[in-house]
Structures are given as C-alpha cells and as structure tokens.
Unconditional design. Structure first.
Length: 138
C-alpha cells in the first residue's frame, strides 16, 4: 500500500520539479532574446520525466536508514533532476546576430509549461485531499 502511495506522490514530485526547471530555462531564453549569439535551450520533458521516474534506487550514503525490525518499511530515495539534459533549440529562421530565441515560441512554451505546472499542482492537491479524507473516515 505504501509503495503505491509513494509511487503516485513521487511521480507528481518529479513532474513538478521538471516543470519548474523547464520554466527557469524558458525564462532564461526570454531574458536573453536580445543577446547576440545566445542559443535557446530546452529539455525533452517527456523523456526526462520517464528517466527520472525509472532511476529510483534504494537509499544509500548518509541518508541510509537502518532497518532494526521486520516491521520497518524500506525507503527509496527520490531521484534528483537538478540538471536535466539541456538541448539547443533549432531556429525556424536564424537571425543575423546568431541568436536562436524565437519569442513567439518561447511565450507559447512558457504559457504551456505554466499551465501544466498549475494542473499538476491541482491534481496533487486533489490526491492529497482524497487520501486525507479516506484516512479521516477510517
């Protein structure tokens, strides 16, 4: 039971971390729209999320837990995705100064990413409320 619960929450946690990181990357692209030679970056969200969810491993190192009873539940460490693989975006129409930021594309991606982030938060909040309700009802 705890594994299912943990897996559901871990997936949402990873999705929110990746969406937040992508928002930072897109904001950086927008901030550098007028910087000569700046190359727009992005991540493959779907692939990065798949990789992050599949990379879960037992806790080790300074965070390892000692199981002193057969009643204890083994823990798994969430994967960190602080540095997802950044990709360069290929421009539809290259500029003379070498800048590859397409403001229309960046705005659309920024708004889309924000909508996905808000949706994930709403979904996670609903999951937690439902679990709390079930626990409180007995």
């Amino acid at each position: 039971m705890f594994d299912r619960l943990d897996n559901e929450l871990r997936f949402q946690q990873q999705a929110l971390r990746l969406l937040s990181r992508r928002q930072d990357i897109l904001a950086s692209n927008i901030a550098n729209a007028d910087t000569p030679g700046y190359m727009a970056r992005d991540i493959n969200f779907t692939q990065q999320l798949k990789d992050a969810v599949n990379r879960q491993h037992p806790v080790s190192g300074p965070l390892s837990l000692t199981l002193t009873s057969g009643m204890h539940i083994a823990a798994k460490a969430p994967t960190t995705i602080d540095d997802p693989q950044l990709l360069y975006r290929v421009p539809d129409q290259p500029s003379a100064d070498g800048n590859t930021v397409d403001m229309d594309r960046e705005r659309v991606n920024f708004a889309d990413n924000n909508m996905k982030y808000q949706s994930s938060l709403t979904f996670l909040s609903t999951q937690i409320k439902n679990m709390t309700s079930v626990i409180n009802q007995g």
